[in-house]
Ligand binder design. Structure first.
Ligand code: ADP
Ligand code: MG
Length: 382
């Protein structure tokens, strides 16, 4: 556990970067620090491993005051990942990853074996090992940065905007792999980002900072979306937070409409008999949805249903998914009927957007009145 106790950092020019910050980052969890540029995120992070010393206050790591631990000893247990990975340009990938274990006195063979294992874990095939950093894409370099930070198996990881410099598709992959890795490793992670969507996706807890290094709110992502503490947080969290909050709400049991389906290769006339409101869902023999078929009155009834004739517009929702996924399946479906499948991708049934909305309303009523409805009023007033 990392505990900030009234930590302040004033730079020599008088800038107060962090102001009496109280914060706990629990062991084995991801705590995200998020806020606009210049709000003191990097300063807060670097005070944990004493790359920056606090002006006042204390930071405790597992109840030990970090000020009393020699900084080299402290950093041995703390991995650090930064935006452009910060790799050594003249060392190969494998040597970059093995650097820290070698410095810690591990023998060369063991350090390399571990480095290969880590590269695999972060999703880099072994043939990258002998390349140099400049021969890798930005996303691949970030993976190496993560592998290198993990090389000494530190219990704590500090990550400063590690995925900010890569394009959105790669960022999404890196985030997903990072979450998968963390579910195996259970490190204590403090993760800095200026991107609220990234914070909400990755954080077990999210600390929103405002400029001047003030903590505006510390909450779970779901709480941040549903109960922003004030107008600043509400504004920072963004406009479609009501919709995004559905991403944390399980759908529970939804009554599903049992859908009559068709197969590729059927005659159009037969498929038409299975249609409702002009649309029929085509599945394979294993009940896995292939797409929707529009069947209006015309067309040759003896023509075959072909894969090319299917509308692939709708997303699929897994039964155990969130209300957001199920609502998205309904809204994106050309037939207006969202397709719900089981864990193996087999059709369970369909649901309309109005049924999902009724479910949302039902859950809202079951949750009782909002304890702090004033956040809504403040938000509306800005
Ligand atoms: P963030 O990471 O949230 O963008 P920083 O922690 O880097 O914010 O900076 C917080 C504030 O401290 C900013 O106003 C920044 O200009 C200032 N700052 C950062 N480093 C120094 C420094 N070495 N000297 C003076 N001011 C600094
Ligand atoms: Mg920063």
């Amino acid at each position: 556990m990392i505990r900030f106790e009234s930590v302040t950092k004033t730079y020599p020019d008088g800038t107060v970067a962090v102001d009496r910050l109280d914060l706990v980052a629990p062991s084995g969890e991801i705590t995200v620090l998020v806020g606009p540029s210049g709000c003191g995120k990097t300063t807060s992070l670097r005070m944990i491993n004493r790359m920056i010393e606090p002006t006042s206050g204390r930071i405790l790591l597992d109840d030990r005051d970090t000020a009393s631990v020699p900084s080299h000893e402290l950093r041995r247990g703390i991995g650090y990942v930064i935006q452009h990975a910060g790799l050594f340009p003249h060392r190969t990938i494998i040597d970059n990853v093995a650097t820290v274990p070698l410095l810690l006195g591990e023998d060369k063979k063991a350090a390399r074996a571990r480095a290969y294992e880590l590269l695999e874990r972060v999703g880099l095939p072994a043939h990258f090992a002998k390349r140099y950093p400049a021969q890798l894409s930005g996303g691949q370099q970030q993976r190496v940065g993560v592998a290198r930070a993990l090389a000494a198996d530190p219990p704590v990881m500090l990550m400063d905007e590690p995925f900010s410099a890569v394009d959105p598709v790669v960022r999404d992959q890196l985030q997903n792999e990072f979450l998968r890795l963390q579910s195996e490793l259970g490190k204590t992670i403090v993760f800095v980002t200026h991107d609220i969507d990234e914070a909400i996706k990755l954080g077990d807890k999210v600390a929103v900072l405002r400029v001047g290094g003030h903590l505006a709110q510390l909450a779970s992502p779901a709480e941040l979306l549903s109960k922003p503490a004030d107008a600043f947080v509400a504004g920072f969290v963004g406009r479609d937070r009501g919709y995004r909050a559905l991403g944390f709400a399980g759908a529970g049991s939804m009554p599903l409409h049992s859908e009559k389906t068709a197969r590729v290769g059927w005659e159009l006339g037969r498929a038409r008999d299975h249609a409702e409101d002009g649309w029929v869902l085509v599945t394979d023999d294993d009940a896995q949805p292939q797409g929707w078929l529009r069947v209006d009155g015309d067309g040759d009834a003896s023509a075959e249903v072909t894969p090319g004739g299917l509308n692939l517009g709708g997303t699929l929702a897994v039964e155990s998914g969130t209300l957001r996924e199920i609502l998205d399946a309904a809204l994106s479906s050309p037939s207006g009927r969202g397709v719900v499948v089981d864990e193996d991708g087999r059709l369970l049934g369909t649901v309309t957007a109005s049924q999902v909305l009724a479910k949302i309303e039902e859950q809202r009523l079951a949750a009782g009145p909002r304890p702090d409805g004033d956040a809504l009023v403040k938000d509306g007033a800005q």
